[in-house]
Design a protein around this ligand. Structure first.
Ligand code: ADE
Ligand code: ZN
Length: 329
């Protein structure tokens, strides 16, 4: 029997700001003199009842106000990496939202340095990583372009660009010029699409933005020709089961479309999105869907294999991870 919690895996859909556990939130709030609208960590957890993506984002952006100094970003990232390591993560591709921090006067350099220091330490212990900078799709395009211009000075630390935040009403095509410029500058591209938004947003992410991977994408199943395209081109989908249930994208884990996506031959992967808010890290997500959808050992190994296949690792590194998996399964 395979243990999904410790099975070797890559995590490809993880917002570092979404790993802020209530205890660290309070520690940073005290240290930085920030007032929180909760008396203690337990009250914070009780407040994590969401009706949709926006109701979560309101809480999430507010909590980000405790992240100010390089040390804060370092501690946040180091804490995530320790947990991820305990859950079998060998490689992680981490999102961060620079515009959220810039709005509070926190420089891109502060964020990148803090996260980067923790990633460097983890690399020395064998965990590899790439950093992906997300643009907030519900803010003006000019803001995203200005953020990209700043990121050019950190080309060595930032591997790719993504698109996140409130989806409905903010189609990917708005960001065509930003992604064109980013890809021309050598960044790899991914985008959130088909979480709450329609299949049309997934088409746009692929054909207008040039996204190589779709974050979430669970609504692809509503469009048969899209499913065919995703399957034929082996476009990975970074699925986040606990997130989908918490944000009411799906009714329950038992009703989650992950098994259907695999049945269609899609390269679906399991990820945690914002684990401090949604009730578990990547291994917990894998264990949760394994039980709810009755996935057998071969399906679990298949999902773990997909996670390495879907990563931006080079062929040699990917093959090493897949060989380790084969030995485990
Ligand atoms: N930012 C953090 N989590 C997100 C999600 N699930 N969807 C869109 N933007 C996000
Ligand atoms: Zn996400």
């Amino acid at each position: 029997m395979i243990d999904p919690l410790t099975l070797p895996k890559a995590e490809l859909h993880l917002h570092i700001e979404g790993t802020l556990e209530p205890e660290l939130m309070f520690k940073l709030a005290r240290r930085n003199g920030v007032r929180l609208p909760y008396p203690d960590a337990e009250a914070v957890r009780r407040a994590y009842r969401f009706s949709n993506l926006q109701s979560f984002l309101d809480v999430y952006y507010r909590a980000c106000s405790v992240l100010i100094h390089e040390r804060d970003f370092y501690e946040l990232t180091a804490a995530y990496l320790a947990r991820a390591r305990d859950q079998g993560v060998r490689h992680v591709e981490i999102f961060f939202d620079p515009q959220t921090h810039a709005a509070r006067g926190v420089q891109l350099e502060t964020v990148v340095r803090g996260i980067g220091r923790a990633l460097t330490e983890a690399r020395q212990r064998g965990m590899t990583s790439y950093l992906i900078m997300c643009f907030l799709r519900d803010r003006p395009v000019d803001d995203a372009m200005a953020t990209l211009e700043q990121a050019l000075a950190h080309r060595d630390a930032i591997f790719g660009v993504g698109l996140d935040s409130a989806e409905v009403g903010h189609p990917p095509e708005k960001f065509r010029d930003v992604f064109d410029r980013a890809i021309n500058a050598g960044f790899r591209a991914v985008a959130h699409a088909g979480e709450e938004g329609p299949p049309e947003y997934i088409w746009q992410a692929l054909d207008v933005l040039g996204a190589e991977r779709i974050d979430h994408g669970v609504r692809c199943l509503e469009d048969r020709s899209l499913v065919q395209r995703l399957g034929t081109d082996r476009i990975p989908l970074t699925v986040c089961p606990f997130s989908n249930v918490k944000l009411r994208v799906v009714g329950s884990l038992e009703e989650h479309p992950l098994a259907k996506m695999l049945d269609h031959g899609l390269c679906a992967t399991v990820n945690s999105d914002d684990p401090a808010y949604f009730g578990g890290y990547v291994g917990d997500n894998l264990a949760g869907v394994a039980e709810a959808l009755r996935l057998d050992d071969s399906a679990l190994v298949h999902l773990a294999r997909n996670s390495f296949e879907a990563s931006f690792l080079d062929d040699a590194a990917r093959a090493r991870h897949i060989a380790e998996l084969t030995a485990a399964g």
